[in-house]
Design a protein around this ligand. Structure first.
Ligand code: CDP
Ligand code: MG
Length: 444
């Protein structure tokens, strides 16, 4: 069914009601007066879609110091699905064709052109661009979004961009994150790291969310999630449901089981990173009022993508996390318990438009046993990867790089030795041609 396109005026109305608009003037003033600004606000407050447009308006203003003709504003996202959906949404809001003035670049898909002035891209893509262009000369402004998500790429980018700030006085940086309260994954460290940078806090507009725990530990969270969804659909008043599971296979399985049970009473939408772009638009498609929407997602819906209309959250308590065994030097993805910070974020998704409920498929005791926040990826991933990426970015002195959480010097040294044995660096620690060509990243 084709939905009628919203008019620009209608979008403008919706945009004006987002919490970040209250601070638009304050943001613009701070942005103009400083080389760097930090913005924090709850998921759904309009950071990812609005701030880049505010920046664009300012940069395009004739009073903004101009440099080259060819320039860009870049906004990074940890997840490709978030980069694509933000770009699409902003192109609609600005009433331009996606890939022209507003575009995106994610791995294996470049939807941008020489006319693009606002580009959404994943952290990994920006890191790759930084290899060829260490000062990121094409970018007038970079908006580093979701910095509370401490992936290896985020941590490396933060260091690279700090360097860029010093070398390019014409360059500006905006760092954005879900709240920086002490609960959030390493975020206080980021605040400290950029100490002195002005911080704009978008006030929360979240509604209260009632939390329910199970009385006993559940044996099978997938089974339990499916029955919880069916129970909510049968017993609770209207409102969409968001279910957190861990990966594609599990999500597809849950979706087909829910469809088999509830059939055409509901619309079921899967959401994970490798989802084909063509299916993604379904997440934001308006559904007929009589149908309940059920979104079954990985942790991409935790803070990266926010949807209106969600009133119920089902939290399995698990996510897929990267881990590394220092003895065998093997890196792997493991379904692991989430952190309290994640559980808090997941619950928050139920309160975006009205008071909601979050059903945690674990006991309160289990919650108390969760780590407060996740360990940054840089300290739990193969250091060979970190060292190789840094060398490729032209960082020769590994000790001088400003890490947020530094990996241990012993680990770095061992990684350097490994790279030497692989022929990726020479005996001076410089990258060889093999090293230049090597890529140890796994496909996203
Ligand atoms: O980044 P943040 O979580 O602060 O908010 P956002 O991603 O800019 O989203 C703000 C609002 O825009 C959401 O709550 C949705 O209502 C809407 N939105 C949308 O409808 N479709 C999108 N692709 C992205 C956002
Ligand atoms: Mg966002």
């Amino acid at each position: 069914m084709m939905m009628k396109k919203k008019s620009a005026a209608r979008y403008y109305e919706e945009r004006r009601n987002l919490p970040v608009w209250v601070q638009k003037e304050e943001f613009l003033r701070t942005f103009m007066e400083n080389q760097m600004v930090m913005v924090t606000g709850e998921t759904g407050s309009g950071k990812t879609t609005q701030i880049p447009q505010f920046v664009l308006e300012t940069v395009m203003d004739e009073n903004y110091p101009s440099s080259d003709d060819q320039w860009l504003v870049g906004c990074t996202q940890p997840h490709r699905v978030a980069a694509i959906s933000a770009a699409r949404r902003v192109a609609e809001e600005m009433d331009v064709k996606i890939g022209e003035e507003v575009g995106y670049t994610v791995r294996f898909e470049d939807c941008s052109s020489s006319r693009t002035v606002l580009k959404y891209l994943t952290n990994d893509v920006l890191l790759r661009e930084a290899r060829a262009d260490p000062l990121l000369a094409r970018y007038k402004v970079i908006i580093l979004d979701e910095v509370h998500d401490r992936s290896l790429a985020t941590d490396l980018l933060v260091g690279i961009l700090k360097r860029t700030l010093t070398s390019r006085p014409d360059f500006k940086l905006v760092v954005m994150s879900a709240t920086l309260e002490e609960y959030f994954s390493g975020a206080p460290l980021i605040k400290e790291y950029f100490s002195g940078a002005p911080l704009i806090k978008v006030p929360s507009s979240l509604h209260p969310v009632e939390i329910w725990y199970t009385r006993e530990p559940v044996m099978d969270y997938l089974e339990s999630a499916i029955s919880k969804v069916i129970q909510i659909h049968m017993c609770e008043p209207t409102g969409d449901i968001l279910v957190f599971l861990t990966g594609e296979e599990e999500i597809e399985q849950a979706c087909s089981r829910i469809i088999r049970s509830l059939g055409d009473q509901v619309t079921v939408v899967p959401l994970y990173s490798s989802l084909p772009s063509a299916v993604q638009h379904k997440i934001f498609d308006p559904t007929p009022k009589s149908l309940r929407k059920i979104i079954v997602s990985t942790n991409v819906a935790e803070t990266s993508l926010s949807m209106d209309g969600i009133v119920y959250v089902v939290d399995s308590g698990f996510s897929k996390q990267k881990d590394y065994d220092f003895h065998t030097a093997v890196e792997f993805w493991l379904v692991s318990p989430i952190s309290q910070a994640s559980a808090y974020q997941r619950a928050g998704r139920a309160g975006r438009t009205r008071p909601g409920k979050c059903f945690r498929l674990y006991t309160e005791q289990t919650f108390n046993d969760f780590p407060v926040r996740e360990t940054p990826e840089i300290v739990r991933s193969n250091p060979v990867n970190t060292v190789l990426t840094l060398k490729q970015l032209g960082v020769n002195d590994l000790k001088s790089f400003e890490y947020i959480d530094p990996p241990s010097p012993k680990m770095l040294l061992r990684a350097l030795e490994d790279l030497f044995h692989l022929g990726a660096v020479d005996d001076q620690g410089n990258l060889t041609n093999i090293g230049l060509m090597m890529s140890l990243e796994e496909p996203l």
